[in-house]
Design a protein around this ligand. Structure first.
Ligand code: 5GP
Length: 193
């Protein structure tokens, strides 16, 4: 998606450790007009899928997912990150290793909000090693719901997450795929799509 790529070039900052900072428009301050264009693009890309719910993970996925959910006219559910969980049987849980904080944490969704009737589009801001998306897929599978696809704003194509998800046979639509980036000179190269 040209608009997103241009914005990443203009405002993204490449950090050491394969981290791309986009907090001026996506992760901290949020450009909701850009989110709206992204939502419309996912709507176009997943037009053949019957999607009745969007699932994301707190915190930075929520803003994008909410605007996308408006474009799809469906509710959005976010998986909560829990420090320690009280397993009372009311929650689906999975474990995720954080790419940016290098910590393992539990994610939870109430059983009330994921059911076998659900056809779900997963939305998140970044795809790196694929841990966050895999955790969300676990929750969906535990509920007996269907994963219709995964919509990612920025995939880092030099990390394994995208390949892992595509190899599962899951439709993955990343609006920008970073092929390479260099913290020493700030260059970012995108994959042609
Ligand atoms: P994964 O689970 O695929 O390894 O990483 C995805 C999660 O880590 C995303 O939800 C995102 O919050 C965070 N993340 C991964 N890479 C980056 C990055 O380069 N920049 C930022 N801002 N967040 C990232």
């Amino acid at each position: 998606m040209k608009l997103l790529e241009e914005r990443i070039i203009k405002d993204g900052v490449v950090k050491e450790g394969n981290v791309l900072k986009v907090d001026s428009f996506l992760n901290h301050q949020m450009d909701v007009n850009l989110f709206h264009e992204m939502g419309l693009e996912w709507k176009r890309l997943f037009a053949d899928k019957k999607i009745n719910k969007i699932l994301t993970i707190e915190a930075s996925g929520i803003g994008i997912a909410c605007v996308a959910a408006e474009c799809f006219n469906v509710p959005v559910v976010f998986a909560k990150k829990a420090q320690s969980i009280n397993l009372d049987g009311e929650m689906y849980t999975s474990k995720v290793e954080s790419f940016t904080k290098k910590k393992v944490y539990d994610i939870i969704v109430s059983k009330k909000f994921l059911t076998p009737d659900d056809h779900i589009l997963i939305i998140d801001d970044f795809l790196a090693n694929g841990c966050a998306v895999n955790g969300l897929i676990d929750l969906i599978n535990a509920a007996g719901a269907t994963v219709e696809g995964v919509g990612i704003a920025i995939e880092k194509g030099f990390q394994p997450g995208g390949k892992l998800i595509r190899e599962k046979g899951i439709r993955l639509e990343s609006l920008a795929i970073v092929e390479s980036m260099d913290a020493s000179n700030g260059t970012i190269v995108f994959r042609e799509q």
